[in-house]
Write a protein that binds this ligand. Structure first.
Ligand SMILES: *Cc1c(COP(=O)(O)O)cnc(C)c1O
Length: 222
């Protein structure tokens, strides 16, 4: 789990610089979620030291290991990678927001293991294989199911099309419109590569790793 080394002062500078940029671009609508995947607990420490408590992570194993390493620190973990149903039980009680809920079985399992938890529904408007997310037409039913099961639905989440700005723009607009139509507040969209586009489309939460911590070692993916 020990990734490349972290300079907490440089990270704090980048966090604060990006927050200023987001405030300028969005008029205060868009917040920053630092993503620490592939980096060790010291990356999370740097985020905490910069005054943030919410952190995004993709992998159950990394959340459990870092949460243990930081025992007693108040980290609000956002799950932003696809979750296998059999990981929910171990994660329950440690997660602040499950952002990648995209199917009925996952809604049921979270409602059972982590009653009342906060979720977002992940949408895949482009039908990309492998990134997770449900089709736009399935969102309303999933939101309804989650609310009926006693979960709190913060909003919608999506991942843009890497290297395809036009498709990404379309996807962001579909998701923002859907959130509006359903009266949902949060729109988690945008990463290092496409955050300006996400802000312009109405993102309320950008999930940013590389722009804060530098390139990830290959094993961390993307
Ligand atoms: C890794 C990841 C991010 C952060 O990506 P960067 O390019 O490092 O900003 C955001 N969202 C998801 C779903 C990710 O997997």
């Amino acid at each position: 789990m020990n990734g490349p080394s972290i300079d907490p002062i440089a990270v704090a500078d980048r966090i604060h610089g990006l927050e200023e940029r987001l405030a300028d671009l969005s008029g205060g609508r868009t917040r920053l979620l630092p993503v620490t995947k592939a980096f060790g607990p010291e990356a999370v420490e740097a985020v905490l030291a910069a005054g943030h408590s919410a952190v995004g992570e993709n992998y159950a194993q990394e959340i459990l290991a870092k949460d243990d390493a930081l025992a007693g620190r108040d980290v609000a973990w956002h799950v932003i990678g696809s979750v296998q149903r059999n990981k929910v039980r171990r994660l329950a009680g440690r997660v602040a927001v499950w952002q990648t809920v995209d199917r009925p079985a996952l809604v049921s399992e979270i409602a059972r293991r982590a009653p009342g938890d906060r979720i977002m529904v992940q949408v895949d408007p482009l039908g990309f294989p492998g990134t997770g997310g449900c089709p736009p037409g399935a969102v309303e039913d999933l939101v309804g199911q989650a609310l009926d099961a006693g979960l709190r639905v913060d909003g919608l989440m999506t991942v843009g099309a890497q290297g395809d700005a036009a498709a990404t723009g379309r996807a962001f607009r579909v998701v923002a419109d859907l959130a509006d139509a359903l009266g949902l507040v949060e729109c988690s969209m945008g990463m290092t590569e496409d955050l300006e586009q996400a802000v312009a489309s109405g993102s309320t939460l950008v999930r940013v790793g590389r722009a804060l911590f530098g390139d990830r070692p290959l094993r961390g993916g993307r």
